[in-house]
Structures are given as C-alpha cells and as structure tokens.
Design a protein around this ligand. Structure first.
Ligand code: SF4
Ligand code: FES
Length: 237
C-alpha cells in the first residue's frame, strides 16, 4: 500500500492502482473519455490529466496511466490542470465538432463552442481512442476492426473498409465507444453495423429477438455450449 494526497485528501491505495482509480475510490471525479474498465488503457484522449508533485517538482500526467506513488501530491482541478484540460477539449472539439459528448464536456469546462483550431469535417465523432478495437480483440476475441491509414487520414473500421468476414455483429464496439461514433441499428430481426446486416435470433421461449445468430454460433464454437442451449434469452433462463 502507498500513501498519497489527492486534492488535499490523504489517501491509501494499492501500489498498482492508477491515480484515476485511487481518486475515484476517494470520491474525486476526473473526467475521462477513453478509459474503460473492460479494456486496456490507451491514454488517447488526455482528458484525465492531473498535476503530480514529487518533492519540489511538478508535472502533468495522464491519471489513467500513472500509478500512485508513496508521498506524491496530486491536484486534479487546479488552474494549470484545468487549462491543459481545456486545451485538450478545444483540440477534441476541432477534431470532432459533431460530438455531443465532447461538446458537453467542453461546455462544463467553459470552453468556447467555436474552437480556435480549424474544425475537421471528415472525422465524424471518432477520437481514435481504440476502445472499440481493444474490446473486439481483448474481450470478444474476434479482431474484426482496426485502425487504418496514417496521420490525419487514420480511421477505424474493418480492414480496407470492406465487409468484415469475421464480425459477429455483437455490437461491443458500439457500446464501448465513448462518443457514439459507431453506428449500429437494431430493428426486430436485423442488426446493421459496419456495413453488414446480421440476422437476429428469436428466443425459443418468449420469441423476442435478442442476439445476432452469428454471435451465438461464435459463442457456441469457443465455449463448446450447444447452440440449442444458447437459443434462450437471459430473461427466460
Ligand atoms: S470509434 Fe469510438 S471507440 Fe472506436 S476509436 Fe473511435 S471513438 Fe474510440
Ligand atoms: S481517460 Fe486517460 S487518456 Fe483518456
């Protein structure tokens, strides 16, 4: 265990804990976009910046990737931190002017709705945080999507932007996306995502459509559970 101070509050935390989690456990809120408990961290959005004081030196770090240390003092809301966070939000706003999530965060921090930077018009709501790619790879185990191209052309999607042969339509990418960039439409017996249409399975008991057939086949394949046993929705189990 290590002892540290966050916003003047004495805290004891396990030595492997990141500052973000230690702060949250102590009831101190730090805004985030890309840190999700289900996937590994990317440190992409930079919104979670805090100031760390160690001896006489201070530095700005991303709290979702910086582990707690004995004796450090962390500031999550001082003027320096807020200024960095505002700049980060201005850049995010310029990159993703259509994102309501980013606009709301910017408003809360008093960032002007018209950023100083020239807005992009072709990035949609994607902040390139890779949470969708990571959940597909690390949790689902499918790796149907990835980042393609370089620099300002970088985008997320299936390889070559073609229909993915391995996507199972589970929608984990859309659920985890912090900005709502991934479009998924589920209507009764069909789900559309990444340009493909998946047939939904109706529950053998109540008849409600509850999961893409491809997803159930995939679960059956990797777990060995017979498909028939997976044909019942969670409510009817
Ligand atoms: S689509 Fe969403 S989850 Fe994926 S990289 Fe972009 S913002 Fe992150
Ligand atoms: S939440 Fe830490 S960098 Fe995005």
């Amino acid at each position: 265990m290590v002892n540290l101070i966050i916003d003047g509050k004495k805290i004891t935390a396990n030595k492997d804990t990141m500052i973000l989690e230690a702060a949250r456990a102590a009831g101190i809120d730090i805004p985030t976009l890309c840190a999700h408990e289900s996937v590994s961290r990317s440190g992409a959005c930079r919104l979670c910046v805090v100031e760390v004081k160690k001896g006489n030196r201070t530095k700005i770090v991303t709290s979702c990737l910086y582990p707690v240390e004995e004796g450090i003092a962390v500031e999550t809301k001082n003027e320096r931190v807020l200024n960095v966070r505002r700049l980060v939000l201005e850049l995010l706003l310029a990159r993703n002017p259509k994102s309501e999530v980013i606009a709301d965060l910017a408003k809360k921090l008093g960032v002007a709705p018209q950023p100083r930077f020239i807005p992009d018009t072709d990035k949609g709501k994607c902040i390139l945080c890779r949470s969708c790619v990571r959940v597909c790879e690390e949790v689902v185990g499918v790796s149907a999507i990835g980042l393609s191209c370089r620099g300002s052309q970088k985008t997320v999607g299936p390889p070559y932007n073609e229909d993915s042969a391995v996507c199972i339509g589970c929608g984990a990418c859309a659920f985890i996306c912090p900005t709502g960039h991934i479009e998924m439409e589920t209507t009764e017996d069909k789900r559309k995502i990444w340009g493909r249409t998946f047939k939904m399975k109706a529950c053998d008991v109540c008849g409600r459509y509850f999961a893409p057939e491809d997803q159930l086949k995939y679960i059956s394949k990797i777990t060995g559970v017979p498909l028939k046993e997976l044909a019942i929705c969670m409510d009817c189990r």
